[in-house]
Design a protein around this ligand. Sequence first.
Ligand SMILES: Cc1ncc(COP(=O)(O)O)c(C=O)c1O
Length: 430
Amino acid sequence: MQDLNPIAIELNERFRATAPTVFELLSELGKRIYLPKGILSQTAEASTKAHRFNATRAIAQQNDNMMHLAVSRELVPALPLEGIYGYAPVLGQPELREAWKTHLLKENPSLAEATLSLPIVTSGMTHGFSLLAELFVDSGDRLILPDKIWGNYRLIFQTKAEANLQTYPFFNATRGFNTHGFREILTNMTDEKLLILLNFPHNPTGYAINRTEAQRIVDAIVARADAGCRILVMIDDAYAGLWYDASVMHESLFGLLVGCHPNVVPVKIDGATKEEYAWGLRVAFISFGLEEVAMQPLEQKFSGLIRANTSGASQVSQTLILEAMKTPGYAEQKQRNYEILKARALKVKEIASDVRYAKLWEVYPSHAGYFTCLNLKSGDAEQVRQRLLEEHGIGTISLGETELRVAYSCLDESDIETVFRTIAEVIEDV
Ligand SMILES: Cc1ncc(COP(=O)(O)O)c(C=O)c1O
């Protein structure tokens, strides 16, 4: 076991004094990590005081400008050189962090009365989850999540971080979210520390919870916390905003969890990835419902972790997202994309649940996001997938033995009928 660096010890003491639940949830790496007072702090000091020559930054300059190649600069002529080529701050551009916080407060009325940290920028949501795994998960820690999930959670939390995954059936008998099963699995866990991961709008089904389900989830978490368990609740909001059904909640569950119990630390992971239609820009955010006194040492821990892997998210990507958010027409353009996706979702609902297909598949309830998921009543989903691809040039995702996920986000509305008719033909032929 390594000795803790004095800076790490000091950070841990600050947690113990101001946010003991965060301290108890930290992994061994989480306790060890810190941001050295090295090059970054010397550079920051020089940027305010080195009036004559600043020879601290590990970049190249010419005539007081960043050296660059015109061949790439000409592709993004409207942006400042620093906003393209400069290193972004480890936790992200301050103005982008502020803008995302404003966005979260606007989209989540439940956060109006709550404490919300300044979001930390990560290189996509996957990076955000990896950071949370490093900071909070030790080998053998239990992570509770449903049986239907975005597969990357397994790689991040089980394969890499060695968490002990505990699953419950996502749906109940009436095809709603299985709040009873969720509560039951929590009650059965007697551990002093638990990790929970929830994702609505959901990948792979497109399910979104209503207010009653949301409250039941919160109540189950609070009941476990009341019994002395410390819980990190990770809320994956990848598809936030893409709600198409008036019966479901149009804000994040995160808002209801902030401040729900002193033993509960909720964290929201969301991103430009899907919300801003910017998948490959790799800009995402981690936000906590914690006070400044707890966020200060936590930001130091994140800075240490980020510094030790990506060293920060792409500057030009952050600039593009921020500048887009500030540009007139931004809200209208987003609304237009939303309307297109909503029209597809409604079309999928109408076509996929047509009675002529009832003997072939069950359509899982889907209210939001990108996907619909079919539970095939006969035939092997992987075989169906392969035949769709090889014989009809249609790509889908098979999950387990019977489930076929269709990303209607990638289908023109006019093609939806053909796609489902072809799926039906293939199943009948298998
Ligand atoms: C539920 C969910 N969370 C997270 C992500 C990943 O986001 P990112 O591309 O920002 O890593 C995805 C991507 O498909 C997803 O479906």
